[in-house]
Design a protein around this ligand. Sequence first.
Ligand SMILES: C[S@@+](CC[C@H](N)C(=O)[O-])C[C@H]1O[C@@H](n2cnc3c(N)ncnc32)[C@H](O)[C@@H]1O
Length: 252
Amino acid sequence: MTRANPIYQLRYAVRHPDRVVPHLRRLTRDTWFRLRTRDHVSYYRAVMRSDTARNPEAAVGSKSHARWNALGRMQFDYLVGHGLRPDMRMLEIGCGNLRAGRLFIDHLQPSCYYGVDISPDILMAAQEVLADYGLRDKLPHLTPVRDLRLAFLPDAHFDVVHAHSVFSHSPLHVIEECFAHVGRVMKPDAWFDFTFDRTEGREHQVLREDFYYRTETLVDLAARHGLTARFMDDWERLPHKQSKIRITRSAG
Ligand SMILES: C[S@@+](CC[C@H](N)C(=O)[O-])C[C@H]1O[C@@H](n2cnc3c(N)ncnc32)[C@H](O)[C@@H]1O
């Protein structure tokens, strides 16, 4: 039974009565945003605007500053452990307010970090993080985007592409758009890591905010765009609810 099933939701409400009112509030707000926007990206941008106005760290999914730090550190340590070097060029898709980005920026040489996000509001919060953490001299790029075609970025430019907790908020056509274009901006031996909410049952979504996919759906989708996808078993050992897939341009 998926989270979208009314019986699941009823049982959940009985177990967590304190979450019913916040959920209903969110449902009302999201319905309003859906009625006022024409596509998923515009809708999710409105969600981010509203969430960021309340608290940018909560808007990227962290309940406390300690969690914000810990989640950033987990992403950073994982990528450095997998070979992210200071001389590499990195693209972060859905960089948010630099929960991990601030650590990547600090680690990389100046101008080697490129963060994109659909939400101008969270990018403004990201600028504050840059100033707060003394990272001005690193001169990273922070760019708002309408879609994931990456049309303004050069061919074969990035060594590493990273998207944490972005496809967990994306319908399949948004992920497919990314897969159709990301290979062009990756160097031949680059890798692209992304997390996703994994289900082994039926694929589903909740409030069009949270999307649950089977691993094979994303692996097959990547293959249709000439990319090789690999499930990252070592990420499963970390204390995080999402799973991770690595995409490369070549086989392996
Ligand atoms: C849960 S937050 C995670 C932010 C960051 N990756 C982190 O781990 O702190 C998701 C971010 O992805 C952005 N986002 C969602 N869909 C996107 C898309 N299709 N293209 C680019 N950014 C997107 C949101 O605006 C938000 O900043």
